[in-house]
Design a protein around this ligand. Structure first.
Ligand code: ADP
Ligand code: MG
Length: 485
C-alpha cells in the first residue's frame, strides 16, 4: 500500500501522532460516534518504536474494555496503517488498584447533572464536585423487609446470625462479602434488605444501597456509551458504604457488566466497605460468571437459605397473619403448615387466599375453610392442566366461543387465540403436537409447531400480546386469582 507510514526508529517526534491519527480516521468510520468518543477520543499516542505504537489509556478498566470490544478492529487498523509487524503497547494512566479513580485532568460537565443521581440513573462523582458528599442517596430498601418481620429458623440460622453481626459492624466482620443463596421464595431478598435496614438504623451515616442485578446492568448499559458517564457510574458506586446486589446470577454471560462490577467490588472491598450479594445458586454452581468474580464471592461467607421446617412454617404463618391483624388458631396454622410445604412465598400466598376468601364470602376462618382451600391448591398443583381447560380459559379471556376457536376462520383475533391455545398446550401439557392439533379442529403437527414459533416471536416483540398469554397462563396455574383486577 502506498500510503503506509514507514515505522523506523528515530523518526520525527510527531510520527506516532500521525500514525495514530490515521488509525483513528479508520476506526471512526467503523463504530458509532458515541463509542468512538468514549473509547478512542481519550487515547493519546505516546511513542512509536520500531513497529510498536504505545498509547496511553486512562485506566486498566479502559484497556480491558478496549481489548474485549475493539481488539479486532484496532489490530486490523494498525496492520493496515503500519504493516503486518504492527504492535500495540498500552500505557495505563493509573494503576490497576486504583483503576476506577477519575483521572485528575478529567473535566466534569456540571450541566446536565441532577441532585439525585441515583433516581435518574445518572451518576455524579462525589469526589469531583465539592460539597456533594452531602447528597442523600435513596437506599431503595423496603421497610417491610426488616429483621423484625423475619422469622429465624434452622433454615436460615447462619444467614440470620451473620446478618446481625454485619449490621453491628458493616465491613468489619469476616463476612465480606456475605453471599446469600437458595431457591426462589426462601427469603434472600428479605434477609439482604433486613441487614441493610439494620445497618442504617445502627449507623445512620453508613450509605446503604440496595440494587437488583438487573437494574445495575441497565445503569451500566446506559452509562457505557456516553462520555464521562461510565466514570460517573463507577465513581457513584465507589461512594457506597454497604452495597447490596440482589440476584447476581443475572450477570451471567454479560461480560461488560461483570467487568464493571468486578472493579466496583475491588474498590469497595479494599476500602473495607460491606458487600452483600444474593443468588439462586452457590458460587461454585454459577454458570456464565467469570472465575475472578466467583473467587471473590467466596472470600467472605456463603450461606444457603433452605426451605423452612414445619415449626418455622407455623411461626411464619402466625407472624404474617398477626401483621394482617388476625389471630389464627393453632389448629388452622398446623393445618396450613403441614400441607403447604414449599417456599415462604407459597405460604404467604395461601394465607392471603384464605383471608381473601373469608372476607369475600363473609365466611369465618375455620379449619374446614382452610382444608377446602388447601384441597383446591394441592389439586391445582398436582393435576396436569388439560387441553380443555386451556381452551376454556382462552375462550373466556378473549370472549369467544369454543366453536369459533376450532372453526376454519382465519380472522386475526381468532387465529391468534387458537395459536395461543396450541402454544400453551405445548408448554403446559404432555400432549403430542399431533394430539394438540387434533384438539383445535383437526390441525396437523406442523401447524402446531408454526403456532408455537409465532407465539414465541410475538411475545418477544409485542408487550400486549405477551400480557395476554401470561394472564391466561396464570389463570390456568392459579385458579383462585380473579382475571383482571
Ligand atoms: P427470594 O428473594 O429468596 O426469592 P423473598 O425474600 O422475596 O425470597 O421472600 C419471599 C417472601 O417470603 C417475602 O414476602 C418475604 O417477606 C417472605 N419471607 C421469606 N423468608 C421469610 C422469613 N424467614 N420470615 C418471614 N418472611 C419471610
Ligand atoms: Mg429475591
Amino acid at each position: 500500500m502506498t500510503d503506509k507510514i514507514p515505522s523506523t526508529v528515530g523518526m520525527s517526534q510527531s510520527r506516532h501522532i500521525k500514525v495514530w491519527e490515521s488509525c483513528l480516521s479508520i476506526i471512526k468510520d467503523n463504530i458509532p460516534e458515541e463509542s468512538y468518543k468514549t473509547w478512542f477520543a481519550p487515547i493519546e499516542a505516546i511513542s512509536l518504536e520500531g513497529a510498536t505504537l504505545s498509547i496511553k489509556v486512562p485506566s486498566d478498566f479502559f484497556r480491558e474494555y478496549l481489548e474485549e470490544h475493539y481488539i479486532d478492529l484496532v489490530s486490523r487498523t494498525l496492520k493496515r496503517v503500519m504493516g503486518k509487524e504492527a504492535k500495540l503497547l498500552y500505557n495505563i494512566a493509573i494503576s490497576k488498584d486504583s483503576s476506577i479513580k477519575l483521572p485528575t485532568h478529567e473535566k466534569i460537565d456540571l450541566e446536565n447533572r441532577v441532585k439525585d443521581p441515583y433516581k435518574q440513573n445518572k451518576f455524579i462523582s462525589p469526589f469531583a464536585i465539592p460539597g456533594l458528599q452531602q447528597i442523600k442517596i435513596d437506599s431503595r430498601l423496603n421497610p417491610n423487609y426488616s429483621f423484625k418481620n423475619f422469622i429465624e429458623g434452622e433454615c436460615n440460622k447462619l444467614g440470620y446470625t451473620a446478618g446481625l453481626a454485619i449490621a453491628k459492624k458493616p465491613g468489619g466482620t469476616p463476612f465480606n462479602p456475605l453471599f446469600i443463596y437458595g431457591g426462589a421464595g426462601l427469603g434472600k431478598t428479605h434477609l439482604a434488605q433486613a441487614i441493610g435496614i439494620a445497618i442504617k438504623e445502627q449507623s445512620p451515616k453508613n450509605i446503604v444501597l440496595y440494587v437488583s442485578a438487573n437494574i445495575f446492568q441497565t445503569q451500566y448499559m446506559d452509562a457505557v456509551n456516553v462520555k464521562n458517564k461510565l466514570t460517573d457510574f463507577l465513581n457513584f458506586y465507589r461512594f457506597i458504604d454497604t452495597l447490596i446486589i440482589d440476584d447476581v446470577h443475572e450477570f451471567a454471560d454479560k461480560p461488560g457488566t461483570q467487568n464493571a462490577f468486578f472493579h466496583i467490588f475491588n474498590a469497595l472491598h479494599q476500602s473495607g466497605k460491606q458487600l452483600i450479594l444474593t443468588s439462586d445458586k452457590a458460587p461454585v454452581e454459577l454458570m456464565g460468571l467469570e472465575q475472578r468474580l466467583l473467587s471473590r464471592f467466596k472470600w467472605g461467607l456463603s450461606v444457603e437459605l433452605l426451605p423452612p421446617s414445619f415449626e418455622t412454617r407455623v411461626e411464619i404463618l402466625r407472624a404474617k397473619s398477626r401483621e394482617d391483624g388476625i389471630e389464627l388458631s393453632d389448629e388452622i396454622l398446623t393445618c396450613l403448615a403441614s400441607n403447604i410445604t414449599g417456599n415462604v412465598r407459597e405460604l404467604e400466598g395461601t394465607l392471603i387466599s384464605l383471608l381473601a376468601h373469608a372476607t369475600l364470602n363473609k365466611e369465618l376462618i375455620t379449619v374446614d375453610l382452610a382444608k377446602r382451600l388447601i384441597d383446591k391448591i394441592v389439586t391445582a398443583n398436582n393435576t396436569e392442566i388439560s387441553m380443555e381447560a386451556i381452551q376454556e380459559a382462552t375462550c373466556q379471556y378473549f370472549n369467544i366461543t369454543r366453536d369459533t376457536l376450532v372453526s376454519k376462520t382465519r380472522k386475526r383475533e381468532i387465529s391468534q387465540a387458537r395459536q395461543i391455545v396450541m402454544y400453551l398446550g405445548r408448554n403446559l401439557t404432555r400432549r403430542s403436537l399431533a394430539s394438540i392439533g387434533a384438539s383445535v379442529g383437526g390441525r396437523d403437527h406442523a401447524t402446531v409447531l408454526h403456532a408455537c414459533n409465532t407465539v414465541t416471536d410475538l411475545m418477544e416483540t409485542d408487550k400486549n400480546f405477551k400480557r395476554f398469554v401470561d394472564e391466561i397462563e396464570n389463570e390456568l396455574k392459579n385458579p383462585f386469582k380473579p382475571f383482571r383486577s
